[in-house]
Write a protein that binds this ligand. Structure first.
Ligand SMILES: [Zn+2]
Length: 284
């Protein structure tokens, strides 16, 4: 038995994803900018605000989705799950999910917590209440905040998915340099984990701070790298879920892929890909 590690599509060791909130008109400029660098974003939408049609419109978001971006739940009324009752939280999430699914004719399973999310708890609510109802409502992941870091780890708990950093973090370029220079295929064999760089924010902040050049500088470094997989949040989730769905023999010598996704992994000696519906024999 040897350690094995997930590799992203095409065997890549690194992935980058973005998450931007509140359905702002400036999302259009953000999308145009990141697309030049092959990057993708998850846009977290408040269904009430979308219905008002005063900012990002449904047609705008449909166009963004056609270009490969994701729409995710951000609460109908933008309520923080940690400080409202379960009944209020459930209503805000399911109303938003149903509205987005109807508007976009898509299955929507992603989310970013509005406001303080699960970082502040009050009124008798705690995370052990929130996670089960999100799961029951069909939300498979939800982005939290407040723990910027340079560990580049995939989440252990998808309903408390901590991003790498907000785009305005003063350490952002140091984080990017560390991410790009890391080589998960070398070094100590127990630490060859894949790396994810997850940046979040609000596109209107670039307008408010008059610093769109910051996004350009970030994208120039973080984007356009052949050894990085650029994906939306849900694409990351679905790929990792496929990896975790692989069925292994007791001796770890055979692996069956019951999913519809080619899945890549790395053993110390060799990289592998197990195709959908196929069983692979490990040669070492
Ligand atoms: Zn928000």
């Amino acid at each position: 038995m040897a350690y094995r590690f997930l590799r992203f599509p095409e065997g890549k060791t690194k992935a980058v994803t973005l998450s931007y909130d509140d359905g702002c008109k400036a999302d259009l400029r953000l999308a145009e900018t990141i697309e030049k660098y092959g990057m993708k974003c998850t846009f977290n939408i408040n269904s009430k605000r979308l219905a008002n049609g005063q900012d990002l419109t449904a047609d705008d978001m449909k166009d963004l989705m056609a270009r490969g971006h994701e729409a995710a739940v951000h609460g109908h009324d933008h309520l923080a799950c940690g400080i409202v009752s379960a009944a209020m939280g459930i209503n805000d999430v399911i109303t938003c999910r149903k509205a987005l699914e109807t508007t976009f004719s898509k299955i929507i399973r992603g989310m970013a917590y509005p406001d303080t999310g699960i970082t502040a708890l009050a009124n008798g609510t705690d995370y052990s209440t929130v996670k089960p109802y999100l799961t029951d409502l069909g939300i498979v992941y939800s982005r939290t905040l407040g723990g910027d870091n340079d560990s580049f780890e995939l989440p252990c708990d998808w309903h408390a998915w901590m991003p790498t950093a907000h785009h305005s973090n003063p350490e952002i370029f140091a984080y990017i340099d560390k991410f790009l220079s890391a080589d998960p295929d070398s070094g100590y064999t127990a630490k060859r984990h894949p790396l994810l760089f997850y940046m979040w924010g609000h596109s209107f902040e670039f307008d408010s701070n008059n610093n769109w050049e910051l996004l350009d500088r970030i994208c120039e470094k973080l984007g356009g790298n052949d050894d990085v997989w650029y994906a939306t949040n849900i694409e990351i989730y679905e790929y990792v879920n496929a990896y975790n769905s692989l069925i292994w023999s007791a001796d770890d010598k055979k692996v069956y892929n019951p999913t519809l996704i080619p899945v890549y992994f790395q053993l110390p000696e060799k990289a592998y890909c197990v195709l959908p519906g196929k069983t692979l024999t490990i040669s070492f």
